[in-house]
Design a protein around this ligand. Structure first.
Ligand code: FEO
Length: 173
């Protein structure tokens, strides 16, 4: 059993993971319009990963006997200046998610809610990887600048990314 306050906070965050999925699907489409098929793949994989994050929160709340609430999702941007712009916005968004996960963890500690603390641990670790991946790509893109050949090399690298579902989530997303 979890408190109403904890359940509401987790439910709010679950909806933010869904927003993240929409954001990256939009970026995938924008990358495609720029001719960057590899980056489009990378963002589609990111979309699918966010759907598994959403589903992890959904399953946790349902397993705790909660009735989840799917909230109205605000529209996501779909205009970007460049791949670098997309990745800088991705990092900024992931830093927001990290802050939210940390606040949820702090609340779980304050409430002595051990189950939720354990549940959130996976996300605490995941956020380190997410931010690190974004920083790596941003650094590479800054190195190549406007060099088209360099951007295409990075695009090729982004095309290699493969979807790996988060533990405990369905593969079909
Ligand atoms: Fe679900 Fe990108 O954090």
């Amino acid at each position: 059993m979890i408190s109403k306050k904890m359940s509401d906070a987790l439910n709010t965050h679950m909806n933010l993971e869904l927003y993240s999925a929409h954001l990256y699907l939009s970026m995938s489409s924008s990358a495609n319009t720029m001719g960057l098929k590899g980056a489009a793949n990378w963002f589609t994989v990111q979309y699918r990963e966010e759907m598994t994050h959403f589903f992890k929160f959904y399953t946790y709340l349902v397993d705790q006997g909660e009735n989840i609430a799917l909230l109205a999702s605000k529209a996501v941007p779909n205009k970007y200046k460049s791949l670098l712009d997309m990745l800088e916005q991705t990092l900024k968004h992931e830093q927001l998610i990290t802050k939210c996960i940390n606040e949820l963890s702090e609340q779980a500690v304050q409430e002595k809610d051990h189950a939720t603390q354990i549940f959130l641990q996976w996300f605490v670790t995941e956020q380190i990887e997410e931010e690190n991946n974004d920083r790596d790509l941003i650094a590479k893109l800054k190195l190549v600048g406007d060099n088209g050949h360099g951007i295409l090399m990075i695009d090729g690298e982004m095309g290699q990314r493969v979807f790996t579902p988060a533990p405990g989530t369905p593969v079909m997303i």
